[in-house]
Design a protein around this ligand. Sequence first.
Ligand code: MN
Length: 135
Amino acid sequence: MEKKRILVVEDDLMNIELISDLLEINGYEVLEATSGLRMFEIMDSISIVPDLILMDIQIPDVDGLTLTKRLKGDPLTRDIPIIALTAHAMRGDREKALEAGCIDYIPKPFNTREFIDKIGKFLWNSSKKEGEYNA
Ligand code: MN
């Protein structure tokens, strides 16, 4: 069975390393983007879209909610499930993330077990096959 591919959009280098290690240990293939620009470069360079995107809300160039809205507005990427990550569990963040099109929200710091369980839940429920994203 092919590995599920997760794109992590996160500007904090310690966090992206932690998240990548955690995902790889749990059998996922990881793509890393440390900026919005880099995310679009990666999306343009791959032929198969990721199975899931973990989207930090606070990133320097284009914020994660704007990136999410852009991905949701593109027929090629709108079906990719996006989970928001944020360093500060601010009141209303969850609502904003869901409104932008995220399927869920994970406040940082997170419990690693709950983190992996949540990701597995969304990938498990996703019945789409890889080629279906390519119009
Ligand atoms: Mn950040």
